[in-house]
Write a protein that binds this ligand. Sequence first.
Ligand code: IPE
Ligand code: MG
Length: 230
Amino acid sequence: MDGNGRWAKARGLPRIAGHRAGVEALRQTVRTAGDLGIPWLTVYAFSSENWSRPQSEISDLLGLLKTFIRRDLAELHKAGVRVRMIGAREGLAKDIRLLIEEAESLTADNTSLNLVIAFNYGSRDEIVRATRSIAEAVAAGSIRPEDITQESFATFLDTHFVPDPDLIIRTSGELRLSNFLLWQGAYSELVFLPCYWPDFGKAELLGAIKSFEARERRFGGVTPARDVAL
Ligand code: IPE
Ligand code: MG
């Protein structure tokens, strides 16, 4: 979800206005994804590197996340959305941790859209944390080094409960992943859109899905893989 700041700047507005408009685009995207029957949607809300932004912008972003959970949780729950977070929880402010836990426990039994919010998330940090846990388990004797495989490694990642993404969409014209799902996205199809995140709507999502459907996914093999049902 990139381009909130530039969206605001283009209108002569403060960056917070872009972030507010971004939350609206997120609301709409969650609704559309639910309507389309997409089972998993992961959104990159705040990266482990975003802490380097000015303190005032950080508190704006944290404030918006809190408001989003407080205001939208009931509606998400009613719509059958299951909300979960990935990212480092250690060191987060207590009020945010409690809100995250509340959202996860309230929606734990929901079975429509799975909404995964990447918050204080960075792939390298996630991989290092997973590696540390594995090293501790090896040191404690509960895992043997030869038991470490791609599959068992993945169970230590924050995304242990999330299928690898079929499609990763980035808005705002930047052509990079910026530390998002580096392990999980090894075979994801990538779609980069020129529009800023606040301008991302149903038409843009459908366009990205159309582009995804036209791709031939071989996963390193030679024959096209089976179609992935959306
Ligand atoms: C994305 O918009 C929002 C978050 C990182 C939370 P940006 O704030 O990165 O907007 P630009 O890149 O400055 O336009
Ligand atoms: Mg940006």
